[in-house]
Design a protein around this ligand. Structure first.
Ligand code: ATP
Ligand SMILES: Nc1nc2c(ncn2[C@@H]2O[C@H](COP(=O)(O)O)[C@@H](O)[C@H]2O)c(=O)[nH]1
Length: 198
């Protein structure tokens, strides 16, 4: 839900100004699937490409899904202040390159980030105007089915991701809006409406 500005105060985001939307939610809920569906229909919608120390999955390409870097490369990004936010998630580090995000916001273009809960919290602290959207599964059983069915992680990594998922699900009230990913088509349309509205 959107917090109303206290009486007599200007809302944090002036009407008509595009802003930063953060999509978060437990691993396997369908964030990438929903964003990919949305961007097939709206290729003009810009999604930040994160840096990560995770190894590429089959089919993933450097600079497309992620910028794949080693630990030393990630350390350098942090040391140089090049990340808007970063977090360790299930044994790997992930971070949002700061420059491209700020340049687009300065040009008045909407920005979409797909990041974990820790990152969402950092963005909220740094950019209070950001809209935080939580993507929730229809049920815990369905989340486990999706994460396992994706077939991209070994069982011990799935366990770590499910442990993180319990923490992320408990943090849902921190978000401005919750969307339930029952249907990719339906939830993509809901997300588009949120990203497009100012
Ligand atoms: N609405 C849906 N109904 C059924 N399956 C879905 C739905 N949305 C996504 N999936 C499937 O769930 C699996 C996980 O989706 P996806 O990889 O997009 O999740 P994610 O939230 O991006 O995960 P991660 O945070 O680990 O990157 C995929 O196999 C995808 O096809
Ligand atoms: N805090 C950040 N989290 C990020 C970023 N990019 C992706 N993520 C999140 O990491 C997990 C795992 O992703 P996966 O591709 O290994 O499945 C997931 O929740 C992503 O949303 C980032 O830049 N910062």
């Amino acid at each position: 839900m959107e917090a109303a500005a206290p009486r007599g105060e200007t809302p944090a985001t002036p009407v008509g100004r595009p802003r930063l939307t953060v999509l978060s939610g437990p691993s396997g809920v369908g964030k990438s699937t929903v964003v990919a569906h949305l961007r097939r229909a709206h290729p003009e919608l810009w999604l930040s490409v994160s840096a990560t120390t995770r190894a590429p999955r089959p089919g993933e390409r450097d600079g497309v899904q992620y910028f794949f870097v080693d630990d030393a490369g990630f350390d350098k990004l942090i040391a140089n202040g090049e990340l808007l936010e970063w977090a360790e998630f299930a044994g790997n580090r992930y971070g949002t390159p700061r420059g491209p995000v700020l340049r687009r916001l300065e040009r008045g273009e909407p920005v979409l980030l797909e990041i974990d809960l820790q990152g969402a919290r950092q963005v909220r602290a740094a950019m209070p105007d950001a809209r935080l959207v939580f993507l929730a599964p229809p049920s815990w059983e369905e989340l486990v089915r999706r994460l396992t069915g994706r077939g991209t992680e070994p069982p011990e990594v799935i366990e770590r991701r499910l442990a993180a998922a319990r923490v992320e699900l408990a943090a849902e009230p921190e978000f401005d809006t919750t969307l339930i990913n029952t249907s990719v088509e339906h939830v993509s349309a809901e997300l588009l409406a949120l990203v497009s509205e100012s």
